[in-house]
Design a protein around this ligand. Sequence first.
Ligand code: COA
Length: 162
Amino acid sequence: MKIAIYPGTFDPITMGHLDVAARVLKLVDKLIIAVADVDLTKPTFSCEERIGMVKSSLAEYGLDTEVDSFSGLLMDYASSRGAQMVVRGLRAMSDFEYEFQMALMNRRLAPQIEEVFLASDQRFIFLSSSLVKELASLGGDIHEFVAPSVEKVLREHFRRAE
Ligand code: COA
């Protein structure tokens, strides 16, 4: 069985992430979206909230994907789940250097696991979780960029923050 892990902070998950997940699903038997349970990058949403948004987004778009969280090294987690592949999306050249560096280190840690990069759909090339949060915090329209349930969570979050 071909198992892929799609890791990320998903703070929150966007249509760009969902597009990558939908395309990976066509290539593997099982996809696990792995939400990083880290405080290092000071996410806006707790791990539980981020997992909730990933699950509701997947359900809204009918994507059959397991959702899990992990802490510690990604490659330890991927090995423990029996994955052959770790997937990341690439939006622009600016993503490349960071991703390449991480992929090389990850390969040293677990050479049996391949890191696979999918070019982002051009509709989402400019998209990022922070941009969506900024837009939502200023009352902008975000419905094109996130699933309806995530739009609701963001609206409520920034209404409360006012
Ligand atoms: N569409 C839209 N946005 C995308 C995207 C896509 N296809 N791909 C990435 N992004 C954006 C996200 O929106 C996010 O935007 P932001 O910076 O404005 O918040 C940013 O790119 C990165 O987010 P995300 O995709 O959630 O992943 P990440 O880079 O935060 O994830 C980990 C990094 C968790 C995979 C990595 O840090 C990790 O593996 N950590 C575990 C520890 C470890 O093993 N480290 C490696 C040692 S070498």
